[in-house]
Design a binder for this molecule. Structure first.
Ligand code: SAH
Length: 484
């Protein structure tokens, strides 16, 4: 290590920044965060710096740089594009023993500014010793994900209880064991769930000698539609910390591959028509593992609260006094629309979108067909593959035009994605022609016509009138625009 790392307390101390551009602006912002007294020397200032000067947050010297500007400052940052000036400032710092950083010039700098992850009061600073700043930045990005925002309050909580912990565990080894237990316990997780009082309570109980209960917990996690890039960071964390993962069949292998290696995985796929029995089994599994004190992830395709029975599962957990959290996921309607190039709402074509399910006669009869058949709205129909004929007939019966465009998105966001397009009067036939299989989502409405032009993922949509007569789509779009 050729650099000595240190964290400087700059509160109320004068720091000079030479330069008035956006780079200087960034440096000033960080210095202000650290409550330094910032002086900026530059003939011209960026608009943000000007605003800060007007607000009295920084002092400004608009003349040319003169040596006396360095008279009584603790640190200097040279952020000018003038190499000679930068070198002069560095040399001045050398003779006056003032630390100077020349932005993007490691050889002239007396100190480096690290890449930082701010989880106040915890700060992680990364340096590559000036060799590879880009690498330090990339590392920072990785760590940003891992070191989520609960770490700040976590450290603050430990700070508040530090004296009590010292008093209770005088022996450093015992204290260390205590901290290890805190780290592997549920405190961080309680903070993530926004339950700081429970986190504090856990620590209090641990300090008062009662062994804190090892209560298990169930986290409902939305896995998204398949593309692992659409999993949330919070979902990823839950998968990394899970002891048991109960997942639907709909969850893609790529998402499952992100889970902790030694987590127990149980597929709880649901057979169509056999929902009830399986749902009971799922409930029983969740209860059993949570009661054993395990961290259970209930991983569901898309979002847990969109046709996912998440509500029922929470009711059940609540009845049995099991703690739970919910992590939303990208639901199929949003994902399929995005990956097929179909905006669900559009100023010109649709002012609302509805998420509908049509998987049984029962739910079909309960639907308000007249409302569903209205123009200028988009229907996103889940679980409808076997019901397309019925859907087509009923919607047309209730007034939806036969020429309303649709897109059927099969395996949305996955490598195997296929998009079949057409008009409502062709819906059932097209689905048969192309042998569309579950999971598939139907998007019906004026916006679906955009798929042909805006598609970007995977293969071009199937069922377009043919590549050399693209007029159908154009006229559709034109006539829609005329309607709007
Ligand atoms: N909770 C899930 C939906 C469960 S219902 C969500 O929010 O997405 C299952 C139905 O969702 C499927 O029958 C299908 O209509 C739709 N679906 C889920 N994933 C899909 C995907 N990758 N592509 C197309 N449709 C999908």
């Amino acid at each position: 290590m050729k650099l000595y790392p240190l964290f400087a307390d700059l509160r109320g101390r004068a720091v000079l920044v030479v330069g008035g551009g956006v780079v200087a602006e960034r440096k000033v912002a960080a210095l202000l965060e650290a409550q330094a007294l910032v002086r900026v020397a530059a003939p011209v200032l960026s608009s943000v710096l000007t605003a800060w000067a007007d607000a009295g947050r920084i002092a400004v010297n608009r003349g040319r740089f003169v040596d006396t500007l360095m008279d009584d400052v603790w640190l200097v940052i040279a952020a000018t594009s003038d190499k000679t000036l930068n070198a002069r400032i560095a040399a001045l710092g050398e003779t006056r023993r003032i630390f100077v950083n020349v932005v993007d010039d490691a050889s002239l700098s007396h100190f480096h500014v690290p890449a930082v992850i701010d989880r106040s009061p915890v700060t992680v600073a990364i340096s590559s010793g000036g060799e590879a700043p880009m690498l330090a930045r990339l590392l920072r990005e990785r760590l940003e994900v891992w070191l989520d925002h609960a770490w700040g309050p976590f450290a603050a909580l430990l700070g508040r209880t530090r004296d009590a912990i010292r008093a209770r565990y005088r022996d450093p080894a015992a204290r260390r064991r205590f901290y290890e237990r805190v780290l592997s316990g549920p405190v961080l997780d309680r903070l993530r769930a926004g339950r700081s009082h429970e986190a504090e309570q856990w620590i209090d109980e641990a300090l008062s000698g009662q062994p804190p209960s090892a209560a298990g917990e169930v986290i409902l996690v939305g896995a998204g539609p398949g593309d692992p890039g659409l999993l949330t960071l919070r979902g990823l964390r839950a998968l990394n910390e899970a002891d048991v993962i109960l997942h639907d069949r709909l969850v893609s292998d790529e998402v499952l591959a992100l889970a902790r290696r030694d987590a127990e995985r149980i597929e709880v796929g649901k057979e169509a028509g056999n929902h009830h029995a399986t749902q009971d089994t799922i409930h029983a599994l969740m209860l059993r593992h949570a009661r054993e004190g395990k961290r259970v992830v209930r991983l569901k395709g898309g979002d847990p609260f969109v046709f996912g029975r998440g509500g029922e599962e929470l009711e059940m957990l609540r009845e049995h006094g099991i703690a739970y959290q919910v992590v939303p996921g990208i639901t199929a309607a949003l994902a399929c629309a995005a990956y097929a190039g179909i905006p669900l709402t559009h100023r010109h074509y649709a002012s609302s979108a509805r998420l509908v399910t049509a998987h049984s006669q029962l739910s079909n009869d309960a639907l308000d067909w007249r409302a569903l058949a209205q123009e200028r709205q988009t229907l996103a129909v889940y679980m409808g593959v076997s019901e397309l004929k019925n859907l087509q007939t009923r919607l047309i019966e209730h007034g939806r035009a036969g020429h309303t465009p649709f897109a059927l998105v099969e395996n949305g966001s996955r490598k195997a994605q296929r998009v079949v397009i057409g008009t409502l009067d062709q819906l059932d036939q097209r689905a048969r022609d192309y042998a569309v299989r579950s999971p598939a989502l139907l998007i019906l409405g004026e916006v679906a016509a955009l798929a042909e032009r805006l598609a970007w993922f995977g293969d071009a949509p199937l069922g377009a009138e043919t590549a050399d007569s693209p007029r159908r789509n154009d006229t559709t779009v034109v006539s829609l625009a005329a309607q709007a």
